[in-house]
Ligand binder design. Structure first.
Ligand code: AFP
Length: 326
């Protein structure tokens, strides 16, 4: 009988190999438990049509589907009881959530249900997270960390049961859920060099609202690469990690109704863009914002800060970065 290596064993071996404590293991156990719990709710609630709009508005002024709120509460509960988190930042909470301010070692930034408009269609959503570590030796250094300081970042694609995580300087790894609800079979993700499989992913409805130089770049490329878009970052980025190419959510600068321009882009820096940028860099790719600045270098000023995002194969990201900087 053949047993596949589980994520928890994988991470245990990783910590031991690097002579590290087990605190990170306990934190990961909390995140895995939260993801499985959210998956259970999705399958038993959302797909049976039991989860409608909650009638609330989140901090970004969007309708909160009940599922978002449930996923948020589930995650907070597991993170809090892990005893390892000092502060958490969630897409669903305006303020930073204080947890174990004395004993906590980690900052966790998360979006528990990204792409929630997919829920009512039974299509994939993402649970994205980034983890930074408290400065245990020197002065307290706060929760606003640039992506380059993350120790790990990952995403669960719910309900398909895939989990991808990048560990600082140790690569990006994909796992699949098995019939016992364990994430198993670590597979190292490296962006393919061969451009035959590369894809572009962006919301085509926005195309003519992008800057002229981005529009021109798309016009040059559109016959070269296939185009895919799901509308949930985790699902779209999952494909880019496997096939190569680039996901982009550029700044909206030419909207016919100028009040609808989004000069800072749409996606959140700390729990969307930096998370996929971290995974992408560990898989050999890169990510930049609208000024061509590496996403992982951006120092956040606010936990809900937005950014434009270009993430994927290094060749394409370097190319667009040059254009954006010119
Ligand atoms: P929602 O959670 O509001 O559906 O937003 C999802 C998201 O933040 C990200 O997952 C997608 O890539 C992007 O927004 C889709 O945005 P558009 O609907 O504007 O294409």
């Amino acid at each position: 009988m053949r047993f596949e290596e589980s994520f928890m064993h994988f991470i245990l071996h990783h910590q031991e190999r690097h002579n590290r404590t087990y605190h990170f293991l306990i934190l990961m156990d909390a995140l895995i438990s939260a993801a499985k719990h959210i998956q259970h709710y999705y399958l038993t609630g959302a797909l049976k049509g039991n989860l409608g709009l909650a009638g609330e508005v989140n901090v970004q002024g969007e309708d909160v589907m009940r599922m978002d709120q449930i996923a948020h509460e589930i995650t907070i509960n597991y993170l809090r009881s892990s005893g390892r988190v000092i502060h958490a930042v969630s897409e669903e909470a305006e303020e930073v959530i204080e947890m174990d301010t004395k004993g906590g070692r980690y900052f966790v930034y998360f979006d528990p249900l990204d792409g929630s408009s997919n829920v009512s269609h039974g299509l994939p959503v993402g649970f994205l997270f980034g983890i930074a570590k408290r400065n245990l030796d020197g002065p307290e250094d706060g929760h606003l960390r640039a992506g380059k300081d993350y120790r790990a970042a990952g995403m669960f694609v719910i309900p398909t049961g895939t989990f991808t995580i990048a560990l600082k300087a140790s690569g990006t790894w994909r796992f699949h859920i098995d019939e016992t609800m364990s994430f198993v079979k670590p597979f190292r993700m490296i962006l393919p060099q061969n451009s035959k499989t590369w894809e572009l992913s962006f919301n085509a409805a926005n195309r003519y609202t992008f800057s002229k130089r981005v529009q021109n770049w798309i016009a040059q490329k559109e016959r070269t690469y296939a185009f895919r878009y799901l509308g949930a970052l985790a699902g779209d980025f999952h494909r880019i990690l496997s096939n190569g190419g680039m996901f982009m959510y550029p700044a909206i600068v030419n909207h016919p109704k100028p009040e609808k321009n989004r000069l800072q882009g749409k996606l959140r820096l700390m729990y969307e863009a930096a998370v996929v940028a971290f995974m992408c860099r560990e898989a050999g790719g890169d990510a930049v914002d609208e000024t061509g600045t590496p996403i992982l270098e951006i120092q956040p000023e606010n936990q809900h800060q937005r950014t434009a995002l270009y993430v994927g194969s290094k060749l394409l990201v370097d190319e667009i970065a040059q254009i954006l900087q010119s």
